[in-house]
Design a protein. Structure first.
Length: 461
């Protein structure tokens, strides 16, 4: 496949729908000497934590090449760019503001606006400053207050220039993967800690959104959650119950508090000492109104029963991405439709991340006078095609879908996988820092540009 198309009357083609590309700070920025260390710097330094023993100290050197990256974004014809701010690049260990670090984000926002691209800012994409982890990190309730202070610095600096603020990206990953499963930084393995970290992350969302509304009243404010439809491995009653439990524990545990002010009742499987400590007023703070829900979607998950709990069953049937993930676009429509039925008051939705890692290879030009190298990634084009149709299906199913962001603009540091997996629509040569748009970038660019051309024709009529 070389082209991306949608039905002619799809609402995704309307000017009101937002298309963009997304990145995150630790994964692309580099310039580690200009910020405080984060938990991921510490994690990367521990042997065996990162698949290729790499780190994020240099990465894509986005801090150095941001103007070049801005030109790439602008050339794609997107409406918006979603990026995260590195907490430790803005707030020093002593609590003072790193003016150089803050100015970088001010310049980036101003550059986006000058190019007609709406900034969508995420305050926290997993890179907690190590100085806060040293005080307990997300297990320390005081981190909530520190996050609100950080949000105020950003809100004052960027204000209404930002179209949309997301407080937290995927609290599931920063709680379950990081404090309960030990896969992500800081690498703890404790169920009680996982639930407590999740509670404090959601509290931080509630505290920060109040601050952001004050300083950016014209912007949209929300949070980003990752969802996967949870399927049973077999029709056995135990496996079906395991899938339902996984759905409650992985999906509803983060959405239900935001909408209903309560956690799923799992007291029949969780021990009392595994539940989070909740103070009076906590759930009200978490459950205040928010303008949008960011949804990150990649694949479905299959579960079987194991000792009264659940265990995921990795897929084996191709096609799989290089992450070993099943390509299951219908799962996006499936899980959002399910959540709409289960949760009243679901807010407007942006797909804030969707994409895939494939074994990308540079094809060098046979003409040595032609410096144009290419990366053919038809599987990624097909992936985007099918998932955009799934978003279209969501709208037909009655969901209020407002936008879609491709993950990711650039190949980057892929957390515990290091640089071994490439999600970008732009290939990054980590040795030379050369950026090479892949065929998927060109296909998306042509689609986005054609969409804009349709508006111009309509306006002229």
């Amino acid at each position: 496949m070389t082209k991306i198309t949608l039905p002619p009357h799809s609402k995704l083609l309307a000017p009101e729908f937002t298309f963009g590309v997304a990145t995150s700070s630790f994964q692309i920025e580099g310039a580690a000497d200009q910020r405080e260390a984060s938990i991921w710097d510490t994690f990367c330094a521990q042997p065996g934590r990162i698949k290729d023993a790499s780190n994020g100290l240099v990465s894509c050197e986005h801090i150095k090449h941001w103007r070049e990256d801005l030109a790439l974004i602008s050339d794609l014809g997107v409406d918006a760019y979603r990026f995260s701010i590195a907490w430790g690049r803005v707030i020093n260990a002593d609590g003072s503001v790193n003016k150089q670090g803050l100015q970088f984000y001010i310049d980036l926002v101003d550059g986006l606006l000058a190019n007609g691209v709406a900034p969508h800012v995420t305050l926290y994409h997993w890179d907690l400053p190590q100085y806060l982890e040293d005080q307990g990190g997300w297990l320390n309730r005081d981190t909530v207050a520190r996050f609100a202070e950080y949000a105020e610095v950003i809100g004052k600096a960027l204000g209404n220039k930002v179209a949309a603020y997301a407080t937290i990206n995927e609290p599931f990953c920063s709680a379950y993967l990081s404090y309960e499963a030990g896969i992500h930084a800081p690498g703890h393995k404790n169920r009680k800690e996982g639930r407590q970290a999740a509670h404090h992350l959601l509290l931080a969302h509630g505290a920060a959104i109040q601050v952001l509304r004050k300083h950016a009243p014209e912007a949209e404010h929300g949070i980003v959650l990752n969802f996967s439809p949870c399927h049973a491995f077999s029709d056995a009653a135990a496996d079906r119950a395991a899938a339902e439990l996984a759905h409650a524990y992985h999906n509803l545990w983060y959405l239900q508090p935001l909408l209903k002010g309560s956690y799923p009742d799992l007291t029949h499987v969780l021990k009392a000492d595994e539940l989070p400590d909740i103070h009076p007023g906590d759930m009200q703070l978490i459950a205040q109104p928010f303008d949008f829900l960011g949804v990150n979607y990649y694949t479905r998950t299959v579960f079987r029963a194991k000792n009264g709990w659940f265990s995921d069953v990795p897929p084996t049937e191709p096609p799989l991405t290089t992450m070993g993930w099943e390509i299951y676009p219908q799962g996006l429509t499936e899980v959002l439709t399910q959540l709409k039925q289960q949760m009243q008051g679901l807010p407007p939705i942006y797909i804030t991340e969707n994409g895939a890692a494939f074994p990308d290879v540079i094809e060098h030009s046979a003409d040595h006078n032609n410096a144009e190298n290419t990366v053919h990634d038809p599987a990624r084009i097909d992936y985007y095609q099918k998932h955009l149709l799934a978003v279209d299906d969501c709208i037909k199913a009655g969901l209020d879908m407002r936008g879609y962001f491709a993950w990711s603009l650039l190949d980057n540091f892929e957390w515990a996988e290091g640089y071994s997996k490439r999600f970008g629509i732009v290939y990054v040569d980590y040795t030379t820092q050369q950026r090479i748009p892949k065929a998927s970038a060109l296909a998306l660019r042509d689609f986005w540009r054609a969409r804009r051309a349709q508006w111009q024709v309509a306006e002229a009529l």
